[in-house]
Design a protein around this ligand. Structure first.
Ligand SMILES: [Cu+2]
Length: 178
């Protein structure tokens, strides 16, 4: 492996750090932090049992919209897997966990049956384009800069109420539902 890298790099000093490369990495980290600014400043987390729920967020919805997505990361610090089994929020008549799938070249989404596993020592990510929380039958629009509460229920850890932060309308991708 190191021989391969050595000959590929064509350098006589394969173990010497490349200062240019490090500067580049530092610059892109700085850029990432800059772009993530508002999030980084308002990062928030919640805990229940061995689980940590990081930065629940949602996207602002146009007037009259009936659905909104919800996103967050769950980290399982325990030694046994857990499952996200249900969600409820006063903002919506119904909340489901959805998964995205490509069928016949078309991106569709559908409810996840039986809950989503958070592996022991692992992470579950809900994000645009992947698993997400679907708030259906919105009772009022989600407004940028506001928060709304939702209760997440896990099979082992139990229930926890978290605050979703409503971000701008244009983050991530927009999806239609069946
Ligand atoms: Cu959905």
């Amino acid at each position: 492996m190191s021989n391969f890298c050595f000959s590929r790099a064509g350098s006589g000093r394969p173990h010497t750090p490349n200062p240019l490369r490090q500067a580049g990495a530092a610059a892109s980290l700085a850029l990432a932090l800059l772009l993530a600014g508002p999030w980084a400043a308002s990062a928030h987390e919640f805990k229940v049992g061995d689980l940590e729920i990081d930065h629940p967020w949602s996207r602002a919805t146009p007037p009259g919209a009936k659905v909104a997505g919800g996103y967050f990361t769950v980290t399982n610090h325990g030694s046994a897997p857990d499952r996200l089994v249900s969600i409820s929020s006063d903002i919506a008549a119904k909340a489901e966990v959805h998964e995205m799938a490509v069928k016949d070249g078309v991106m569709t989404m559908r409810p996840v049956e039986g809950g989503l596993e958070i592996p022991a020592g692992g992470k579950l990510e809900l994000k645009p384009g992947g698993y997400h929380l679907m708030l259906m039958g919105l009772k009022h629009p989600a407004k940028q800069g506001e928060n709304f509460p939702a209760t997440l229920t896990f099979e082992k850890a139990g229930s926890v109420t978290v605050e979703f932060q409503v971000e701008g309308m244009n983050g991530g991708m927009e999806m239609d539902h069946d």
